[in-house]
Design a protein around this ligand. Structure first.
Ligand code: DGI
Ligand code: FE
Ligand code: FE
Ligand code: FE
Length: 188
């Protein structure tokens, strides 16, 4: 992909209008968070643009990619909502030639998080929650917190997701729990 317009067109072709708007919102929010917290703004914006690349793909297609790349049974038998993040990291590497490991990791862990997240991973994960088009109960509190404490914002966001999943009696992916515990136990 030789330029930004080509990249945007390629991304636009993978998803419906609303998801594309969300994608642009995450890219912008990620850039702003990167500037605030000292991550690389260009990498943050690019990771934001790419984070949901596979989100609207058929689940069979994602499943096949994950099987071919020996993803854990835990993931394959778990919630399908998580697949687009792990498949996305593979697909942007294979189809778009993205090689930067920071960007690939940020896409891979944007949904579940993980213990020991990098600054860029946190930036993209929080941006995914707070981008301007997002509107869920509690989003304002996360937005406000994200202006002064990225870890606290992420802990609040992941905690909310865990709570939501428990209310729906859905499984909580182990990485999400370890991500949450890691953030909460670090704050002095
Ligand atoms: O792709 P987005 O909608 O922009 O956001 P996302 O990638 O954070 O995905 C959100 C969905 O994933 C949401 O419906 C909650 C779900 N999710 C996030 N973490 C977990 C999870 N689902 C399960 N079962 N377990 C998790 O740990
Ligand atoms: Fe996502
Ligand atoms: Fe969709
Ligand atoms: Fe997203």
């Amino acid at each position: 992909l030789s330029n930004r317009e080509e990249l945007l067109a390629r991304i636009r072709a993978q998803m419906h209008e609303k998801r594309y708007k969300h994608t642009l919102g995450v890219a912008q929010s990620a850039r702003e968070l990167a500037q605030r917290y000292g991550a690389d703004p260009d990498k943050a914006e690019l990771a934001g643009l790419l984070h949901d690349y596979c989100k609207c793909w058929p689940v069979e297609k994602m499943f096949e990619i994950l099987v071919r790349h020996d993803m854990p049974t835990e993931l394959l038998e778990g919630e399908k909502e998580l697949w687009h993040a792990f498949a996305g990291a593979i697909v942007i590497q294979n189809d778009l030639g993205v090689t930067d490991p920071d960007i690939l990791q940020a896409v891979r862990y944007h949904t579940t998080g993980r213990a020991g997240m990098s600054l860029l991973e946190k930036v993209v994960c929080v941006a995914d929650y707070i981008e301007p088009n997002r509107n869920f109960p509690g989003v304002e509190q996360i937005r406000t917190l994200a202006e002064k404490d990225l870890d606290a914002a992420l802990a609040l966001a992941l905690g909310g997701t865990i709570q939501f999943l428990i209310e729906k009696q859905k499984t909580v992916y182990p990485l999400t729990l370890t991500a949450y515990n890691d953030l909460v136990s670090r704050k002095g």
